[in-house]
Write a protein that binds this ligand. Structure first.
Ligand code: GLY
Length: 357
């Protein structure tokens, strides 16, 4: 499978991944290689990954607790301390072996430790393979606010090996699939249609589609690495989606939402907004809602919770001058950014979602 080059990084796929990694490791002569894992990837992925390495460089493993709840500055402190205690220097390399939490947090730790050491992403979840590990966004949550603190700085390389997906439960695969559906909705109607024809998420079916998603994302981030314009498209579904995710994260008694599950709701409600504001046809909204609800569980969002969710929008990173700015669709396969949305429509969009069956 063809590798994909971005400005400062390169994504390798399948059989090429470890050949390229070993070649790079031999040439770069790092002082120590640190592998960051979480409790899940320690158990399910580390042994396989280590068995692929052909280097004499000392290797140390650092483990963090799994879960979005741990994607915070306290966990970073733990990793910075571990690096420091284990003697990491500027010639050290950090390899992030895990899902989006590990690649986002590990990337941030690497970019800030001793003002920056090299890092590599080995994404083990579908979400991290098609989104989090590509494009250099690193960071952590601030309280319940998603990805509030971070930097954009690309990894040396990203290694996508779909073998890791075999270790994932189905809801995690679906969570990553939401980002792939997003890629279709914002840029490519044909890709969106093909994704919707998939009956079951198997690694065999997903392999070439993952490559397509990374190609779409990479084209966007290469043109606009720092999100001044078209990278904003990638936030489709994430404005209300992140607010819903943050809200449910701090109210675990209600429901636990994976990122993709929250973003799927975000894409439905933001598609509703698009029918009112940017010309998305109601027939297209119907298709979008039907397709998402066929994959993702319907969640009840109580009217009493609407205001708290809407209040969280003021923290959205795309906001300028206190204005909440959305990415909306003109049609399936085409998006527009910097859209202002009247407040009553936000409430209507949540009502619309709740009315779906
Ligand atoms: N996850 C959206 C982006 O990388 O811009």
């Amino acid at each position: 499978m063809q590798s994909i080059k971005s400005k400062d990084s390169i994504v390798y796929f399948q059989e090429e991944t470890y050949v390229k990694l070993n070649k790079y490791l031999k040439k770069a002569s790092h002082s120590t290689i640190f592998i960051l894992v979480d409790t899940n990837t320690h158990e399910h992925c580390l042994a396989y990954f280590m068995s692929q390495l052909e280097v004499d460089t000392p290797i140390e493993v650092i483990e963090i607790e799994a879960g979005e709840i741990n994607k915070n500055i306290e966990t970073c402190s733990g990793v910075w301390n571990a690096l420091s205690e284990l003697g990491a220097d500027r010639k050290s390399l950090l390899i992030n072996l895990g899902g989006g939490v590990v690649t986002d947090l590990g990337g941030f730790v690497a970019c800030t430790f001793k003002r920056g050491i090299s890092y590599i992403n080995v994404p083990t979840s579908l979400l991290a393979q098609v989104d989090a590990s590509v494009g250099g966004k690193t960071g952590v949550d601030l309280g319940n606010l998603k990805n509030m603190v971070g930097v954009i700085s690309e990894s040396e390389m990203v290694l996508i090996d779909t073998n890791y997906l075999e270790t994932l439960p189905n809801n995690e695969l679906k969570s990553g699939f939401a980002e792939m559906l997003k890629h279709g909705l914002i840029t490519d109607a044909n890709y969106w249609q093909r994704l919707n024809q998939i009956k079951e998420l198997t690694t065999t079916d997903l392999s070439s589609l993952i490559h397509e998603s990374v190609t779409i994302k990479n084209k966007i981030v290469t043109v606009d690495p720092t999100e001044q314009n078209i990278r904003k498209y990638l936030n489709f579904g994430h404005t209300l989606g992140h607010a819903i995710e943050s809200y449910f994260l701090t109210h675990p008694e209600k429901t636990t939402l994976l990122h993709g599950e929250a973003i799927a709701i975000g894409m439905i409600v933001e598609s509703f907004l698009a029918t009112k504001l940017t010309g998305l046809k109601t027939e297209e909204l119907d298709i979008i809602s039907k397709n998402f609800l066929a994959i993702y569980p319907k969640v009840v969002i109580h009217k009493n919770d609407y205001q708290s969710i809407i209040d969280l929008l003021i923290f959205d990173k795309k906001n300028v001058g206190g204005k909440v700015l959305f990415v909306l669709l003109n049609k399936i396969g085409e998006a527009v950014f910097n859209c202002e949305v009247p407040k009553d429509l936000l409430t209507d969009s949540l009502d619309y979602y709740n009315s779906l069956t």
